[in-house]
Design a binder for this molecule. Sequence first.
Ligand code: F6P
Length: 462
Amino acid sequence: MSRLVVVSNRVILPSERVQRAGGLAVAIREALSSSGGLWFGWSGELTETPEPRCQTATKGKMEFAVFDLTPAEFDGFYNQFANSTLWPLFHYRIGLVKFSRSALETYFAVNARFAEMLIPHLKPDDTIWIHDYQLLPMAGELRKRGVTNKIGFFLHIPLPGVDTLAVLPGLGPLMRGLAAADLIGFQTERDLQSFKDYVRQEAGGTISGNGAITCFDRTIEAGAFPIGIDTRAFATLAARALDKPECQQLKEGLGSRKLMISIDRLDYSKGIPSRFEACEELLRAHPEHRGQFELVQIASPSRTDVASYRDLRREIDRLSGRINGAFSEIHWTPIRYINRTYPRQSLAGFCRMAAVGVVTPLRDGMNMVAKEYIAAQDPDDPGVLVLSRFAGAAAELGSALIVNPFDVDQCADAMHRALVMPLDERQARWRTAMDTITRNDVKAWWTSFTTRLRAGQTRAAA
Ligand code: F6P
């Protein structure tokens, strides 16, 4: 079988510990460590004069090749175009979109540099799989430089509807670069539909009865491939985490109180302020829960150079202070808001200890924490997942308590229901969800995408 070359902005090098809540890089590492292949991307380092060649490493069946960005590249590509233009737009936050032509140019230039740095590492029969919105036009940059290998692309975040997409200046060249891939994968059928709508309504393309998509002078394929986690491994990690010091400390702090857990990057797409407001409403509408639970919100700092992320942090600081000020007792604080990153095993343990997992993003491509929360549960006494209908995970986890995160009262009701739900109902809901994520695990995601990519026919449009 041809070697797989995975390209993503972030790469977890063999020397690094994984300290993040869910995420794309964790999924790639889990899958690539068993299938083998090359993982190529940004080193995570900035230098004024980057080396012309990649740094390389090997671990087991995995090879790594990474390169540095300059501070100017990082700012235009990552802070500005990826995270101040594409990210808010693709999460339906048009009001937060900032656009500059120079950032768009830097974004394309960095995608071109990704292509140039990768080419010396490519073998003729390699299969290339590019990941996420930071690298939308990279396939086009590879084709411009004569690369004829099979190329797949997977979008980890939502693809918004065509009216929202059309807001983006430079959309045409971006999508032309994307359509240079042979197979484009999305998290959900809804995202796939957005792509098809774009092809028909904006790109003047066509979609044939067998699903082949013709646009930008090529015929390509697209599909929904919901990403999974390594369910069994996470369940084991969680069960073994309980005697770790951080879990013990949390247990002692809680006493007999129930734990509600939320774990996110500190990002406005995650719906943290409305979640806190829902907790406040729960305390107001159901005083019987006062002193009986704690909401532990772990929010790891993210994209701190971007103004909207700094604004969010201030908003959450203020809100948690206000709610805690109003409801705390001398021996109890309703919201424990922790602005730091924890080791993956501690997070797994926190999930296992939690009677309720609150995963209420305003919009999310998938949300792996929802799946990790389910995987971490004790089958004899599982907790309840409260899940936003706007997380990609909701398409698979219908047995969770599904909420509209914009409806604070509904979220408060769901929290109440979760806190008082009888054991047999908790077990039935959890079993359905666990069966789904065991079937649709990270290996199934990986295999279904790469099998379809390798089997597909690359065609120039007739
Ligand atoms: O899944 C979305 C995503 O942006 C990934 O591409 C990325 O690895 C992760 O979230 C964390 O974001 P960042 O790389 O900006 O820290």
